[in-house]
Design a protein around this ligand. Structure first.
Ligand SMILES: Nc1ncnc2c1ncn2[C@@H]1O[C@H](COP(=O)(O)OP(=O)(O)OP(=O)(O)O)[C@@H](O)[C@H]1O
Ligand SMILES: [Mg+2]
Length: 315
């Protein structure tokens, strides 16, 4: 049972009992979410759940469970487009669409080719169109690289890319792109009335769509390793099988949930900060991620212009 379903089940009897008794004696909604997250984590460790993850035919059942009847009166939001701030991209040294070819754009074009080639191969296990960009520690360039990679793919003719801000405790995609904060991932995970499509935003960059981190929540990072998140990732992989989905994420060594998230991804790009990420730290970070999912190491912030990025296979 997903967190959302469990919370709904817990809420049902309480809402009824609130009609009879005072609200102060009943647990509040956050307590229920906390309890559901705890139960979900316990469930994720059970052999039953591991077996579920291994059997594709049970996914369909799980996805049906997640399919939520839209309550009467809740209308789908009209499609809107977010405008990305080009000047801001330029100031940060990121790829600017429609501008001249830069060494940076060339580097990400090379990385993109490898990601697209991997995604085209049929692979047993986690869906190859789900790509996690992560690193060992904070500040090594995960968001910078995730955005550049997403823009580079979005500028490809006939390629749609979905950029997901999964650094839910410290989202920085809106700020980097100059966007207003909107509902997103957290809202889909916590509110059964919100469908994934309701919180996807088109942008004015090629075929780039964005799923923001959404409303802040005290258990945001824990939710990344929840049952609800696992189901959502399966839903994304199936519903958007023709897209590349790029996830920005928390540092692997700061949040164990980033490791759990990585295990659901067909491709993991590990960002390494030139001259800063030590071998020991990198080894520790790689140790938390299944090696078969690691698509490559991305050397970021090198000092020779034009040679800032190096992307090599790992394994
Ligand atoms: N190759 C690069 N060239 C120039 N600036 C960079 C480069 N990579 C990262 N930066 C800058 O370094 C800072 C940290 O990068 P970023 O926010 O992407 O790191 P992060 O790993 O996502 O950090 P956090 O874990 O805190 O989310 C940002 O100001 C970003 O613009
Ligand atoms: Mg970041």
């Amino acid at each position: 049972m997903s967190i959302i379903e469990r919370v709904a089940e817990l809420l049902g009897p309480i809402e009824r009992s609130n009609a009879k008794s005072s609200a102060s004696s009943a647990p509040n909604e956050l307590d229920l979410i906390e309890r559901a997250v705890r139960e979900s984590d316990e469930a994720s460790r059970s052999p039953e759940t591991r077996e579920y993850a291994a059997k594709p035919e049970t996914h369909a059942v799980a996805l049906q469970l997640k399919a939520k009847p839209r309550p009467a009166g809740l209308t789908k939001r009209p499609s809107r487009t977010l405008i990305v701030d080009r000047h801001r991209l330029q100031r940060q040294g990121m790829i600017v669409p429609d501008s001249k070819r830069t060494p940076m754009a060339e580097c990400f074009r090379r990385i993109k080719r490898q990601i697209l080639a991997n995604a085209a191969k049929s692979k047993v296990g986690a869906p190859a169109n789900l790509v996690l960009v992560t690193s060992a520690r904070a500040g090594e360039g995960k968001t910078f690289c995730a955005i550049n990679l997403a823009i580079s793919i979005a500028l490809e003719i006939d390629r749609t890319v979905l950029l997901v801000d999964a650094d839910v405790a410290k989202p920085s995609v809106p700020q980097a792109l100059g966007l207003k904060v909107e509902q997103g991932l957290m809202d889909v995970l916590l509110d059964r009335r919100i469908d994934l499509a309701d919180v996807l935003w088109n942008t004015d960059i090629g075929r780039l769509t964005i799923l923001q981190a959404g409303t802040a929540h005290q258990h945001a990072t824990e939710l990344l390793a929840s049952d609800a998140m696992r189901l959502l990732l399966l839903e994304m992989a199936e519903r958007y099988h023709d897209r590349i989905v790029i996830f920005d994420s928390p540092p692997v060594l700061a949040a164990s949930e980033a490791g759990a998230l990585a295990s659901q991804m067909g491709q993991v790009v590990m960002v390494v900060e030139a001259g800063k990420t030590s071998d020991a730290v990198l080894k520790a970070a790689l140790g938390v991620i299944e090696s078969s999912n690691i698509a490559g190491l991305l050397l970021n912030k090198g000092d020779r212009p034009g040679h800032d990025y190096d992307y090599g296979g790992y394994g």
